[in-house]
Design a protein around this ligand. Structure first.
Ligand code: GSH
Length: 238
């Protein structure tokens, strides 16, 4: 097996999927090389490492590539498990708890993920954007309930309990784009009135050491990137 020094992430700085992988590597304290890709001109390494989807993130461990962000995060957690070198766990050890974490992580990418593309990329007018914002907020309300359960009625800081876990990194990956949505709609998408536990979670997650510098905060720069992305195939309004 390759050593820890042979880790590489092919990514795009705004991608929710890339961000979650980078946060997981930071949590584990694993150094890695980060390679920024241009989705309009993908590198030969990206195309050969992810020939099926031709998408980022790609995680390269030695001479082998792993694709799909949630699978990459789980791979990292298995290869560098909790305990060794004081590393935290990303997934719970209990099989039922692990199943629940996977369930909510899948929910986030299904419901929040589709609302995210709706709010920023697919909407053709403000009415369509408002509809996608409402869908996002419905999903966030459901997640408020999940957070209450996972965090012992809000007494733990994260979905993962005392530390950042799978659901945290999966949802947290979207926070940079939520900052853009906040700017566009003139209020907070994770509304402290509707979802107070999640609003407090957002602040805690953004402030975590493993997250700082990875979740983008420069909304103006992201707005420029948004316009570029909207010209690319998968992100064009239909
Ligand atoms: N389900 C994938 C989604 C990855 C994805 O959609 N990545 C986007 C960037 S955010 C991408 O590379 N798209 C390919 C393209 O634009 O051609 C994952 O979780 O890794």
């Amino acid at each position: 097996m390759a050593g820890e020094g042979d880790l590489k992430v092919l990514g795009v700085w705004t991608s929710p999927f890339v961000i979650r992988v980078r946060v997981a590597l930071n949590l584990k304290g694993l150094p890695y090389e980060y390679v920024e890709e241009d989705l309009g001109n993908k590198s030969a390494l990206l195309l050969s490492s992810n020939p099926v989807h031709k998408a980022v993130p790609v995680f390269i461990h030695g001479d082998r590539a792993v694709n799909e962000s949630q699978i990459i995060v789980q791979y990292i957690d298995e290869v560098w498990p909790a305990g060794a070198g004081g590393r935290p766990a990303v997934l719970p050890s209990d099989p039922y708890e692990r199943a629940m974490a996977r369930f909510w992580a899948a929910f986030v990418d299904d419901k929040v993920g589709s609302a995210w593309t709706g709010m920023l990329f697919k909407c053709r007018n403000e009415e369509e954007r408002a509809e996608a914002v409402a869908r996002a907020q419905d999903a966030l309300e459901t997640l408020e309930g999940a957070f209450k359960e996972c965090s012992n009625q809000g007494n733990k800081p994260f979905f993962g309990g005392d530390g950042i876990g799978l659901v945290d990194v999966v949802l947290g990956g979207y926070l940079g784009w939520f900052g853009v949505v906040n700017r566009i709609i003139g209020r907070r998408l994770i509304d402290p009135a509707r979802t107070p536990l999640l609003a407090a979670w957002e602040d805690r997650f953004r402030a975590a050491d493993a997250v700082k510098g990875v979740v983008p905060e420069d909304v103006d720069r992201m707005l420029v990137f948004l316009e570029k992305l909207r010209t690319l195939g998968p992100y064009k309004p239909e």
